[in-house]
Design a protein around this ligand. Structure first.
Ligand code: PSU
Ligand code: MN
Length: 300
C-alpha cells in the first residue's frame, strides 16, 4: 500500500483527512463528467479544511491519496475492476487497476489510519435478496471497520428497511444528520426513521470520542446526510424510473456486482441527467460534511 506524502503527514500530525472511494468515479458516474466530479469532490474536502485521500488500486498498488495520473487512470481506464475487499489481493497480485467500493475503501482507509470517509450511498440488501441472497459486502465491512462514513443513506434501488435491520444486527451506529428520517439517496427521505439525530459536526465528534471510551469503536458509524428537499430527484420520477430499471435489469439477466452500476446508469439515462445532478450534489455535500466532521474530531 502506498500512502501519498500529503496524506501520511496529515495522519501522523493528527490533522483532518477524509477518505474518498473510487467505484463511484469509475462505475457510478458517466464519462467524461466523472473525472471532473472526482476533482470537485476533492476540492470540497480541501475548502472545508481537510486533506482528501481518494483510494484505488493502480498498477497493482493500493494507493491512499491519488495524484492526477492515478485519478485519470481510474476515471478513464477500460480495465478498471470494481473491487470489494475480496478483490483487492487478486487485482494487486496481477498488477491491475481497481476502483474500491465502500467496503474496500473503508478497509484501506482504516489501515492507513484515516478516521472519516465520505461517499454517495452505501450498498445494502437488494430487493430480491430473499431469492438471490444479494447483500452488499459493504455491510460486512461496516461491521468490522471502526470508521465514520458520511453518506446519503443507502442507494434507493435497495430494500431500505431490510438494510436498516441488517445495520442494527451488525451493531453499526446510524446517525441522521440534521434529520429524524433516514435519507433516501436521490430522495431527501427514505420513509424510514433514523435511529439517532445529530445536528453539528461537534455532536458527531462527541459520539466518536464516546465510542472510544466505551470500546464500541470497532464498527462503523454511519452519518446519513440527506439532500435538501429542493435538491432531491422528483419522487414520482424516481419511483417510475426505479421500477422500469428493476424490470430492465431482470430482463437483461444482470446479476452480482453488475447490478448497482447497471441501475445507476439506467437512472442517469432515463432521467436525462436529473439523477446525475442529484448524485453529484449529494456526494459533494457529503465530502464537505466529512471534512467538517474530521476537523471537529481532530480538535477533540
Ligand atoms: N454510491 C454511489 N455510487 C456508486 C456506489 C455507491 O453514489 O457507484 C458504489 C459504492 O462503491 C458501493 C457499491 O460500495 O456501489 C456497492 O455495490 P454492490 O451493491 O455491488 O455491493
Ligand atoms: Mn451484490
Amino acid at each position: 500500500m502506498r500512502i501519498a506524502p500529503e496524506v501520511a503527514e496529515a495522519v501522523a500530525g493528527g490533522r483532518p483527512v477524509v477518505a474518498l472511494e473510487s467505484t463511484l468515479i469509475s462505475h457510478g458516474l458517466p464519462r467524461p463528467r466523472n473525472l471532473d466530479v472526482a476533482h470537485e469532490i476533492e476540492a470540497a474536502v480541501r475548502v472545508a479544511g481537510a486533506t482528501p485521500a481518494t483510494i484505488a488500486v493502480v498498477a497493482g498498488k493500493a494507493r491512499v491519496g491519488l495524484d492526477e495520473a492515478a485519478l485519470v487512470a481510474v476515471a478513464t481506464g477500460d480495465d478498471v475492476v470494481k473491487c470489494g475487499v475480496r478483490d483487492l489481493a487478486p487485482v494487486a497480485a496481477r498488477g491491475g487497476n481497481g476502483a474500491t467500493t465502500v467496503a474496500a475503501t473503508a478497509h484501506l482507509a482504516a489501515l492507513a489510519g484515516i478516521a472519516v470517509f465520505a461517499t454517495g450511498g452505501l450498498g445494502g440488501v437488494h430487493r430480491d435478496a430473499r431469492e438471490t441472497w444479494d447483500e452488499s459486502a459493504d455491510l460486512e465491512t461496516l461491521a468490522r471497520v471502526g470508521i465514520a462514513v458520511v453518506c446519503s443513506g443507502v442507494k434507493s434501488i435497495l430494500d431500505v428497511a431490510a438494510t436498516l435491520e441488517r445495520l442494527e444486527t451488525l451493531g453499526v451506529t446510524v446517525l441522521g444528520y440534521g434529520t429524524d428520517g433516514f435519507p433516501g439517496f436521490y430522495l431527501h427521505d427514505s420513509g424510514y426513521p433514523a435511529p439517532w439525530r445529530v445536528d453539528t459536526p461537534a455532536e458527531v465528534a462527541a459520539v466518536l470520542a464516546a465510542r472510544r471510551e466505551l470500546g464500541s469503536d470497532g464498527r462503523a458509524v454511519v452519518i446519513a446526510n440527506p439532500l435538501p428537499v429542493e435538491e432531491q430527484l422528483d419522487p414520482e420520477l424516481h419511483d417510475r424510473v426505479l421500477s422500469a430499471g428493476l424490470t430492465s435489469a431482470s430482463e437483461a439477466g444482470v446479476s452480482g456486482k453488475e447490478i448497482t452500476p447497471f441501475l445507476l446508469d439506467f437512472f442517469h439515462r432515463e432521467t436525462t441527467g436529473a439523477s446525475l445532478a442529484a448524485n453529484v450534489r449529494l456526494v459533494t455535500r457529503n465530502a464537505e460534511l466529512g471534512a467538517r466532521i474530521a476537523v471537529a474530531a481532530a480538535a477533540v
